[in-house]
Design a protein around this ligand. Structure first.
Ligand code: SF4
Ligand code: SF4
Length: 504
């Protein structure tokens, strides 16, 4: 009898994670015998062959039931990239990669201080080599950002190499000005369908923040074009005094352009903005109050967008939105903790957020149950950042922070990615667990919100103290200690109850 893996199943093995089964983009938990059985399901091995251990053979019906394998004709081949691949390094799921620090816009809040590109760029050969290194380290997803990535003349060459190396080009972060039919056709021809993540800073306000006349029209054109051509889109908006009142209208407008999801956050005091005189931030309290005022009005308006995320505080999702929930990355997180048998816990821990009542959810509270195994920041652990100079940092928002910690992160100009993902200051930082922070940080250890907050965001902590990766995030302190999280939860409960009554 012959079996093969279902087309969306891949087998991988990494340092400290000897068996990883990924179906689509979700890790699935399996036992050692099941993994051995999956490895035999290649269409070429007769599982009834006497040398196949009984326990392994017996695992196959269960794998059929789980939808991981199917019976097939002898010799039915697997698709490229499905069979077991072994990597000597630790797993990272994807990277966010700045392929240039230069830009065609002059945004008032750009941390790279574009268009002048504070940092130098790498050559085409160096970028292609990074693509190969990513593939050799078993990285699956690549998100490309800048600066403005589409100003690089070799952009399509880089995209093609990512695809040829068997990785997924998952996102392109762009201002949209250079999104053309030709670009989308070329990506489609190479089999890539990345999400276009385009900045949009409020109806009637976008040109001002971006420093270029016509930026708003360009963003609209790009969003519409991507939607027409079947490329997924996402918008991100930074809030300041000049656009905070446009939130409702902006969501309506983005929805009318076919944009399903939006993330909003306050302007970070970086780049030209931090030097003063280029804009007016709202105070943190005013900003959060504005968010809390926005949420009920947005829900009453009928939630034109599928999902709106408000910082790391709130998420408003329409019932028809594809809910992924926190369980998705949690399943990978368990895979990273080196738990008892080295397999991800899979479906149970990756449970979707069904059961979450209503469209509004507070995402600020982490409810950590075991600080010894919980990563301080899953995003940095699973999706680190590569700068335009080839430095590998936990996340993009650390790129402009200079200090003992950030200066010590490794560069692909000097070290291979496999080596960085085996033993490096990057791994030391991103693999930090809550327990380490609580041991090193007296203020967080004695805080009543310690397990709900776990010290907040590492980039924010580093911005306050560039020499201490395990420091305090004052923004998180404000959220918890000033009662904003409690107020957000009360608001969510109220809005969700009213929503439930309205749909009965
Ligand atoms: S609220 Fe502040 S002190 Fe408390 S755990 Fe969070 S960052 Fe640390
Ligand atoms: S360190 Fe902070 S900004 Fe960076 S990914 Fe984590 S939470 Fe986000």
């Amino acid at each position: 009898m012959y079996y093969k893996l279902k087309d969306d199943v891949r087998l991988r093995a990494y340092d400290r994670l000897p068996r990883l089964v990924v179906q689509g983009d979700r890790p699935i938990g399996v036992s050692a015998a099941e993994f051995q059985a999956l490895d035999l399901c290649d269409g070429a091995i007769d599982v009834d062959f006497p040398l196949v251990p009984e326990g392994v053979r017996e695992a196959i019906p269960g794998l059929v039931e789980k939808g991981l394998v199917e019976a097939c004709e002898k010799g039915t081949p697997l698709k490229p990239g499905q069979a077991l691949r072994r990597y000597p390094n630790r797993l990272v799921k994807g990277v966010q990669w700045s392929i240039t620090g230069a830009c065609n816009y002059r945004c008032r809040h750009c941390f790279m201080e574009a268009p002048h590109a504070k940092h130098s760029d790498l050559s085409t050969e160096e970028l292609l080599d990074i693509c190969d290194q990513l593939a050799a380290a078993g990285v699956g997803d690549v998100g490309i950002t800048g600066g403005e990535p589409l100003i690089r003349k070799d952009f399509l060459q880089i995209a093609q190499r990512i695809v040829d190396d068997g990785m997924r080009l998952t996102q392109i972060y762009t201002n949209g000005a250079l999104v053309t039919e030709e670009l989308l056709d070329a990506l489609a021809a190479m089999g890539a369908r990345p999400q276009f993540c385009i900045s949009f800073d409020g109806v009637g306000c976008h040109d001002w923040l971006r420093g270029v006349d016509g930026a708003e029209a360009a963003a609209e054109r790009a969003f519409r074009l991507c939607s027409e051509r079947g490329f997924p889109t996402h918008a991100s908006m930074v809030i300041h005094a000049g656009n905070v009142d446009t939130l409702l209208e902006t969501t309506r407008t983005l929805a009318s352009w076919g944009v399903p999801t939006l993330k909003i956050s306050g302007v970070e005091p970086v780049g030209e903005w931090a030097k003063g005189g280029r804009g007016e931030s709202v105070s943190r309290d005013e900003l959060i109050q504005a968010y809390l005022d926005f949420v009920p009005r947005y829900v009453e308006m009928g939630m034109p967008m599928a999902s709106v995320q408000i910082e790391a505080l709130l998420l408003v999702e329409r019932p028809d939105a594809k809910r992924r929930g926190p369980g998705f990355d949690e399943a990978f997180a368990e895979a990273l903790t080196g738990d008892s048998d080295g397999a991800p816990a899979g479906e149970d821990s990756a449970a979707d957020v069904e059961g979450t009542q209503g469209p509004v959810r507070v995402i600020a509270r982490r409810r950590c149950q075991d600080s010894a195994t919980t990563c301080l920041c899953l995003t940095t652990r699973l999706n680190p950042y590569i700068s335009s100079e080839g430095r590998v940092l936990p996340c993009m928002t650390m790129a402009d922070i200079e200090g003992a910690v950030t200066d010590g992160f490794p560069s692909l100009r000097a070290t291979s990615l496999q080596s960085i993902l085996t033993d490096s200051t990057l791994l030391d930082a991103t693999d930090s667990r809550g327990k380490a922070l609580l041991a090193a940080n007296e203020e967080c250890a004695s805080c009543e919100y310690a397990l709900d907050c776990l010290g907040g965001c590492r980039a924010a902590a580093l911005r306050a103290d560039p020499d201490n990766y395990l420091g305090v995030d004052r923004g998180a302190c404000e959220l918890f200690k000033k009662g904003w999280v409690d107020r957000a939860e009360a608001l969510a409960k109220d809005v969700n109850e009213r929503y439930a009554r309205s749909v009965v």
